[in-house]
Ligand binder design. Structure first.
Ligand SMILES: *Cc1c(COP(=O)(O)O)cnc(C)c1O
Length: 380
């Protein structure tokens, strides 16, 4: 990867790479073998034993048919995801069914498919920074322009500036994470509604962390029946403790589901993935009990961080907390690692992001952070 002499348009390693890929590095949150991994917002609770047993049975069953391609449309899974959505967002219950749900390998693939269908050369997507680091990559990979507007000091979006930009510049896709990664900030329904009304393009609300939202924080799914160009994406990677299985989905009008089917690869979602996801949905109650525990850890973590001299922590509706500000966040990151705690140096300068973990992991994090901060490390 080290080829400092590479200039745009010159081959890398003898390969005629697309010029916009020259000098880029792959997505790479460190996967280090340390005691407490609190850096990629995984669910720290492994799937319960009863679910593991059911997954094994379900996979054995589909294994007998693996000579055949899977159900291309994942119809049974989509129906079961719809039932889950109806339960999580009762306002959607009257209309949500398989025709309003689409599933793929992680919500990363879902958003990529949305940009394949609704972005493209000459088109642009707009987001609000700081936000998810993959958005510019999806845009690059679909030849879609990418622009951001800055979030305010408290990480909320400046709605007036956003509406003015949308009316003026008419982006083809709005891409908004809510709760946002890495800040934890959720959008209000009034904000989603205003963005949908102002926009002539698609409005994608990335709700990867939806299940972690605090009481009273709504889901944009509530607005889907009013806005045909609104799409809400979700994932089983976080709340369902299923990051390793790769299952994301969207909820939207059925025309959106028809549109992404134009760009999906044939048989994109393996029979094994479909079976594992369906099994996990049957264990939703046990899995969501873990989510409630993580929400409580998250809230306690925000309170504790704010009690530390000089430290600030952002309000969070997700399973992580952004905290700071440090004169040298990389130094704090390295000291935490020396204490066996891996967090993420991401977001605005001076801030670090820590995932909510088990009570034991949170205790280890608090001890490590106390030991890592020296006078002068925290900026006013
Ligand atoms: C973790 C995360 C996702 C989930 O990605 P998957 O592909 O479903 O694992 C999507 N969006 C954001 C903002 C995330 O932080």
């Amino acid at each position: 990867m080290s080829a400092p002499e590479d200039r745009p348009g010159t081959p890398v390693g003898g390969l005629p790479l697309r010029p916009e890929l020259l000098g880029q590095v792959p997505y790479g949150a460190p996967q280090l073998d340390v005691a407490h991994r609190l850096n990629v917002n995984e669910n720290p609770y492994p799937p319960p034993a009863a679910m593991v047993a059911d997954v094994a049975t379900a996979v054995a069953q589909v294994a007998t048919g693996l000579n055949r391609y899977p159900d291309r449309d994942a119809t049974a899974l989509r129906g079961e995801l719809a039932s889950y959505v109806a339960r999580d967002v009762p306002a959607a219950a009257p209309w949500v069914d398989a025709a309003h749900v689409w599933a793929a390998n992680g919500s990363n693939e879902v958003v990529l498919q949305l940009l394949q269908a609704f972005g493209g050369p000459g088109r642009t997507a707009l987001s609000f920074a700081p936000t998810y680091s993959m958005y510019p990559d999806y845009c690059r990979d679909t030849f879609t322009g990418y622009a951001t507007l800055p979030r305010r000091e408290d990480f909320t979006i400046d709605l007036d500036a956003a509406l003015a930009h949308v009316r003026d510049r008419r982006p083809d896709v709005l891409l908004v994470a809510s709760p946002n990664n890495p800040t934890g900030t959720a959008l209000g329904l009034d904000e989603v509604d205003a963005l949908c009304r102002a926009s002539a393009g698609m409005v994608v609300v990335d709700e990867a962390y939806a299940e972690f939202r605090r009481p009273g924080t709504p889901s944009a799914i509530e607005l889907l029946d009013e806005h045909p160009r609104l799409v809400v994406t979700r994932t089983m990677s976080k709340a369902f403790a299923l990051a390793g299985a790769r299952l994301g989905y969207l909820v939207a009008g059925s025309a959106v589901v028809d549109a992404v089917q134009l760009v999906r690869l044939p048989y994109h979602l393996s029979a094994v993935t479909q079976a594992v996801a369906r099994t996990a949905l049957r264990h939703a109650d046990a899995l969501l009990a873990g989510v409630a525990a993580l929400r409580a850890e998250r809230d306690a973590l925000v309170v504790w961080l704010r009690e530390q001299p000089g430290l600030a922590a952002a309000d969070s509706d997700a399973n992580f907390v952004l905290f700071g500000r440090f004169a040298d966040r990389d130094a704090i990151w390295a000291r935490l690692l020396d204490h066996g705690v891996l967090v993420r140096a991401t977001g605005p300068a001076g801030w670090l992001r820590v995932s909510a973990g088990t009570p034991e992991e949170m205790a280890a994090f608090r001890t490590a952070l106390r030991a890592s901060i020296e006078p002068g490390d925290v900026r006013a």
